[in-house]
Design a protein around this ligand. Structure first.
Ligand SMILES: NC(=O)c1ccc[n+]([C@@H]2O[C@H](COP(=O)([O-])OP(=O)(O)OC[C@H]3O[C@@H](n4cnc5c(N)ncnc54)[C@H](OP(=O)(O)O)[C@@H]3O)[C@@H](O)[C@H]2O)c1
Length: 254
């Protein structure tokens, strides 16, 4: 299947490792140009060098941006948009603070709001005018199954990600006639650095997550990325305004 991604420009937030990096890699394999953004310069630099090697015909750029800081996000967006318009926006960021609801500090709720919800609204505001001009765009946010069914000790994730479900749905209605599709992808437990940490801290919980999937195992990042790349492609022409679960049957709700 031709995904029609050749020459498209994708901005991948949180693109230096884990699921975001796998999506960037998938897009580069499909000959899209990619801008990788995350907080740490070395992480970004390493990802850019790797992606350039995969497909030397693609333009690969790196940008150091902290999504939890609106000023840094604004500065980064302005600099990027001076150089290029963005056809595909991947909103992705590290997971927020975890713990029992009453134990989470207000500062961590603020940080979760900034990095998960506000940054998403801010970044979409930035790229939509360019997409409207071209009458084509794809916006995809990586959220979590916690948007569909709560996961104990992840109240910040559940709260703001439910908000992102509503945001994607209403945004999709507002800009669908401009050729822009907006979706959220909800990964189940996936083999990234975040989960490796969890495996060390709590092997029993890690194993129980794998057992709770229908497939009896956690996902590899490229299994999430393949769906993300499709949703962002020209081959996806009719999926918009929705949450797409890629969780190996982890979620029990209908
Ligand atoms: N892995 C799973 O099992 C799983 C399951 C469900 C949902 N999710 C969600 O999927 C998303 C990605 O997960 P992952 O496992 O791939 O995470 P990860 O391996 O921790 O990678 C996170 C990426 O985001 C960047 N990042 C973190 N905070 C940032 C910030 N404030 N501003 C800009 N970039 C930032 C990191 O790079 P820097 O450190 O350089 O900033 C890194 O590139 C998370 O939101 C997570 O909650 C993951």
């Amino acid at each position: 299947m031709d995904l029609g991604l050749k020459g498209k420009v994708a901005l991948v937030f949180g693109g230096s490792s884990g699921i975001g990096f796998s999506i960037a890699e998938g897009l580069v394999h499909e000959s899209a140009h990619v801008i990788v953004a995350s907080r740490d310069f070395n992480n970004v630099d390493k990802a850019v060098k790797y992606l350039k090697r995969i497909n030397p015909t693609c333009k690969i750029m790196g940008k150091q941006i902290d999504l939890s800081d609106p000023k840094k996000l604004q500065k980064g967006l302005v600099e990027i948009l001076k150089q290029t318009s963005v056809d595909i926006l991947i909103n992705n960021v590290g997971g927020p603070a975890s713990g029992l609801t009453q134990d989470i500090k207000l500062e961590d709720w603020d940080k979760g709001y900034q990095s998960l919800l506000r940054s998403n609204i801010h970044a979409t505001k930035g790229v939509i005018p360019g997409m409207k001009k071209k009458k084509w765009g794809r916006i995809l946010t990586i959220t979590s199954t916690s948007a569909r069914e709560i996961i104990p000790k992840l109240p910040v994730s559940a709260t703001f990600r439910a908000g992102l479900t509503a945001y994607a749905k209403i945004l999709a209605k507002d800009i669908g006639r401009d050729g822009i599709l907006v979706n959220n992808l909800l990964p189940g437990p996936t083999n990234t650095a975040r989960l490796t940490e969890l495996k060390k801290k709590s092997p029993a919980f890690f194993n129980s997550m794998a057992q709770e999937t229908a497939l009896g195992r956690i996902a590899e990042p490229d299994e999430i990325a393949r769906v993300a790349v499709f949703l962002c492609s020209a081959a996806n022409s009719y999926i918009t305004g929705t949450d797409v679960l890629v969780d190996g049957g982890y979620t029990k709700s209908l």
